[in-house]
Design a protein around this ligand. Structure first.
Ligand code: DAU
Length: 334
């Protein structure tokens, strides 16, 4: 089976590639990534000589680059490629429109043109907007409130429209907040972990009582694997754990894991348009496909913190951007 993983050098894409190579012998994985600030080939350095793995540098919004791969035949595309950081979308939405909307359009066109049998599009719970009480299920209306979530919602609508209009075999997934090793240190958990490791304070937005739902990376990979094999085309699946906590509770857990006291908390100005709460109903995935999360939040968090503590070199190179030059050079020399 030949699988194209777009955004393959990012946090979730690289974790999925590790998962596929570990669990399937008869797989060929093509990792496609633009290597922007969040893409890191070093995250895949342990598999770079695996004959089942290939890396191609490119942007999903570039039809020629995508068609060069897809025209040779692929059995499945999993689209992780995206601009994902809400704060960046508030500072400058442009890249979010280009990658998250135009990029998905480009992929859908290639899937249609070359009859790719299955296309999994990774999306977010943020498309449903803030949910002050209750849960969002797959039929809830989209009410995105940040440029990031609006760009993801637009892409989801395109996916749905391509299925209805052209019969493109797309499945959409809406996930809660991922966490785990290899995440770029701009998101809450890796940023706070790294700041505390360096003895710095952690910037809690507003009152810190915003609620997010969390999933450990490998549980998400297992869900995507199941959906790719058994999900119904044209449908959407919510992927959540039900583990919903205020940011401040996570902050306190991190302080404890890293042996720091409350003086490390710095309350800062709130994010503009900050969604107060997300909550996904993921019964469909559980009852129809039999998925359950396997890693508790506490275990996942402890593993994640330990990983950052023991991977300082990855972290330093990742923060400085030094790996990009080095690995790109290595890749070009091969
Ligand atoms: O819900 C799924 C989404 O989770 C994904 O679709 C997004 O790509 C991903 O970025 C994430 O969005 P969030 O905005 O929830 O993640 P982030 O880690 O940026 O923030 C988590 C919460 O922590 C949020 O309420 C904002 C808050 N926060 C975040 C940062 C970076 C802080 O209080 N301080 C911070 O410095």
């Amino acid at each position: 089976m030949k699988i194209l993983v777009t955004g393959g050098a990012g946090f979730m894409g690289s974790t999925m590639i590790h998962y596929l190579l570990k669990n399937y012998d008869d797989v060929q994985v093509i990792s496609f990534d633009a290597l922007t600030y969040a893409g890191n080939l070093e995250s895949l350095s342990d598999v770079q000589d695996d004959s089942r793995y290939t890396f191609v540098k490119g942007n999903i919004a570039d039809p020629q680059a995508i068609e060069a791969i897809v025209s040779k035949g692929v059995d499945l595309i999993i689209n992780y490629a995206a601009e994902t950081h809400v704060d960046r979308s508030i500072l400058d939405p442009r890249a979010f429109i280009d990658t998250n909307i135009y990029g998905v359009y480009t992929l859908l066109e290639a899937v249609k043109k070359f009859n790719v049998p299955r296309f999994i599009h990774i999306s977010t719970d943020e498309v449903y907007g803030a949910v002050m009480e209750g849960e969002s299920d797959e039929h809830s209306a989209f009410e995105p409130r940040s440029p990031y979530s609006a760009s993801k919602a637009a892409a989801d609508h395109l996916c749905h429209a391509y299925h209805v209009t052209f019969g493109v075999p797309v499945i959409m997934t809406h996930s809660v907040n991922f966490f785990g090793p290899f995440q770029f240190p701009e998101k809450l958990i890796p940023l706070f972990t790294c700041n505390l490791m360096d003895g710095k304070r952690v910037p809690v937005y507003g009152d810190g009582m915003q609620i997010r739902e969390w999933i450990y990376t490998l549980d998400h990979c297992r869900a995507i694997d199941l959906i790719a094999q058994k999900g119904n085309v044209g449908e959407a699946y919510n992927i959540g754990t039900g583990h919903r906590v205020p940011n401040l509770e996570i902050t306190h857990k991190l302080l404890e894991l890293l042996g720091c006291d409350e003086s490390h908390i710095e309350y800062v100005k709130d994010r503009a348009g900050h969604d107060r709460r997300y909550a996904l109903n993921s019964q469909k995935l559980r009852t129809e496909l039999g998925w359950e999360p396997a890693t508790s939040f506490e275990d996942g968090l402890a593993k994640t913190v330990e990983w950052y503590k023991t991977n300082q070199t990855w972290l330093n190179r990742c923060r400085s951007g030094a790996y990009q030059q080095y690995y790109e050079q290595q890749y070009l020399l091969r």
